[in-house]
Design a protein around this ligand. Structure first.
Ligand SMILES: Cc1ncc(COP(=O)(O)O)c(C=O)c1O
Length: 373
């Protein structure tokens, strides 16, 4: 149904959106057109490019349900945005940060790096508690300054209840930071409903865009508490007044963007978001969850051959399903799948499947059928 939007080769069964996604046709075309335009006319139409940049901020505002595009910065990666937060907040020795023990390295090392300032990073085992959310909250105390979680865990696919965590953070006076790279573009994400202070996500997974351009949401009220660690013309209040000697930063999230924007990436992400917003995130979420249910049910019916790593409780899964074959190694199964043109990944001690909303059901079923072979 959505296949015509994707120029993917027919031989490929692409179940690897949690790693690096293929681009939609319109994104391929936008990148080609941008390259052609640069080759033929250079930056003659720069004003139009800047307009596309502002449209992209509006698209991201809509996707995140932010109050204003002023809360949206365009950075180069999720990791960069996490670093802006970690190294911009004013810490006092003895403060602590709470994270889960199985976070992707970017959302771990950045907090651990604060140990030189006397800040402790608490790694919480999400399996030990009444719920993963309760386990995280139980590790907060009066010295906790910030909770940082992935909205969906990259390895086992666990989806956290962000609204519950956001409420707990408000009650404890703790800042709430969400690495949303494994859900933005796949699931509805509402920064206000979950009371997030900071949200970041690169474009190359569920947002179906190239690597190297990430969204960073920063709640307006907290923005000026983040000390700036990178400087350049583009983050200034009047970026085009090159003769000015002022150092006053912009009073919106552009203050985090020090230099020239990634215009190529902006054109690509703008095109990909066009498809996502046109399709509708509710519809996308529904299809993503149906895919996951289909994979979980298939594997559950073969419990003698596979152990499912991903939680099967509705609300606690998203687009990722990780499983371990019991009669062979994950590496051997992964290699067989690769030879059959199934793009997937080895993560969390098992094989990880991550189809997107447009993945045709027949292709998903074809990949699952290979597990029976
Ligand atoms: C949860 C999570 N955070 C961050 C990243 C990396 O993001 P970036 O390369 O944009 O820094 C990944 C990539 O797999 C991820 O899964």
């Amino acid at each position: 149904m959505y296949e015509s939007e994707f120029p993917l080769d027919d031989s490929v069964i692409y179940l690897n959106h949690a790693a690096v996604a293929p681009w939609p046709r319109r994104t391929v075309e936008a990148v080609k057109a941008f390259a052609e335009e640069n080759g033929a006319f250079g930056s003659r139409n720069y004003a139009r490019w800047v307009h596309t940049e502002s449209l992209l901020r509006e698209q991201l505002q809509q996707l995140l349900h932010a109050r204003s595009p002023d809360e949206i910065a365009l950075l180069k990666s999720t990791s960069e945005a996490l670093s802006v937060v970690a190294w911009g907040l004013p810490w006092t020795a003895g403060d602590n940060v709470v994270i889960s023990s199985k976070e992707f390295p970017s959302n771990r090392v950045v907090w651990e790096s604060l140990d030189v300032l006397g800040v402790e990073t608490r790694h919480v085992d999400l399996d030990k508690g009444d719920s993963p959310e309760a386990a995280l909250v139980a590790h907060m105390d009066r010295r906790t300054r910030l909770l940082s979680v992935s909205s969906v865990q990259y390895a086992n696919g666990l989806r956290l209840d962000l609204a519950k965590l956001g409420t707990a953070c408000r009650e404890h006076g703790v800042l709430f930071c969400v690495d949303a790279i494994q859900s933005l573009g796949a699931l509805d994400f509402n920064v206000r409903a979950c009371q997030a202070d900071f949200v970041m996500a690169d474009g190359h997974k569920w947002l179906l865009a190239p690597e190297g351009l990430a969204v960073f949401y920063c709640r307006q009220e907290i923005m000026e508490q983040i000390a700036l660690k990178q400087y350049g013309w583009h983050m200034l209040k009047d970026p085009l007044d090159f003769d000015s000697h002022s150092r006053e930063p912009a009073h919106n999230a552009r203050r985090f963007e020090c230099g020239s924007p990634n215009m190529l990436g902006i054109h690509a992400l703008h095109a990909s978001l066009g498809l996502i917003l046109e399709t509708g995130i509710e519809r996308i979420e529904q299809r993503v969850l149906e895919n996951t249910r289909c994979m979980l049910d298939f594997l559950a019916a073969r419990g003698d051959r596979f152990e499912i790593v991903t939680p099967g409780t509705p609300g606690h899964y998203a687009g990722i399903v990780t499983f371990k074959p019991l009669r062979e190694s994950p590496e051997s199964l992964f290699e067989q799948l690769r030879q059959q043109h199934v793009a997937c990944a080895l993560r969390g001690g098992g094989v990880r499947f991550s189809p997107h909303f447009y993945t045709p059901r027949e292709k998903l079923v074809a990949a699952l059928s290979l597990l029976d072979a």
